[in-house]
Design a protein around this ligand. Structure first.
Ligand code: AMP
Length: 207
């Protein structure tokens, strides 16, 4: 399984990726998670990325492309689900070149499609588990899977969410046509129960 998950922030890419990983065991490569880990660890990468992330803007292409190339070299990345990458045409072109290089072509680009106003509501009420990464909502006082503490991401406030959606529309949405052109695009309606979306994801991937 070598796939890219496309879709606006909050469309449900992370939720669907987690399910695929649990059932089929591919590497979940989320550039957002990698950057947040770098910020938390205070590495030079984290220090560079933090201001972009807090503002809802994209981290520069060269930084993120280098990070993903390195990750794809790791032994567990033979099968991968890319979540939140690529986000620009330059990233998509660099990914194609790298996958060509390592002879692991993409099998599909799944677009999880959700209306922006639904996303604003979803993201401003989203809460995550500090221990296991469970993605829940403001209704979850503690993590329903592990009892861990739930927190809100710094960039899940309404103003930053709207900036992230503008950035998505301008920089990332053109990738839909890019992958349609390569005949890899599959579109899934993401404004439904996650179980129903997941059933469609598996159907689309012939799983
Ligand atoms: P996410 O968790 O995917 O919503 O990403 C959170 C933030 O990390 C984004 O708003 C960007 O600032 C940064 N980021 C994540 N992935 C990328 C990427 N592929 N290119 C540029 N910036 C990224």
């Amino acid at each position: 399984m070598n796939i890219v998950l496309l879709g606006a922030p909050g469309a449900g890419k992370g939720t669907q990726a987690a399910r695929l990983v649990q059932e089929f065991g591919a590497a979940h490569i989320s550039t957002g998670d990698m950057l947040r880990a770098a910020v938390a660890a205070g590495t030079p990468l984290g220090q560079k990325a933090k201001s972009y992330m807090d503002a809802g803007e994209l981290v520069p292409d060269d930084v993120i492309i280098g990070l993903v190339k390195e990750r794809l070299q790791e032994p567990d990345a033979k099968n991968f689900i890319l979540d939140g990458f690529p986000r620009t045409t330059a990233q998509a072109v660099a990914l194609d070149a790298e996958l060509n290089n390592i002879e692991r072509p993409l099998e599909a680009a799944l677009l999880i499609d959700v209306d922006f106003e639904v996303i604003v509501k979803r993201l401003t009420s989203r809460r995550l588990c500090r221990s296991c990464g469970y993605i829940g909502s403001v209704a979850d006082e503690v993590c329903p899977t592990c009892g861990g503490e739930m927190y809100q991401r710094d960039d899940d406030n309404e103003e930053t969410v709207r900036t992230r959606l503008d950035v998505y529309e301008k920089s990332t949405a053109p990738l839909v046509d890019y992958y349609r052109g390569c005949e890899l695009l599959v579109t899934i309606d993401g404004d439904r129960d996650p179980d129903v979306v997941y059933a469609d994801v598996k159907k689309a991937l012939n799983l």
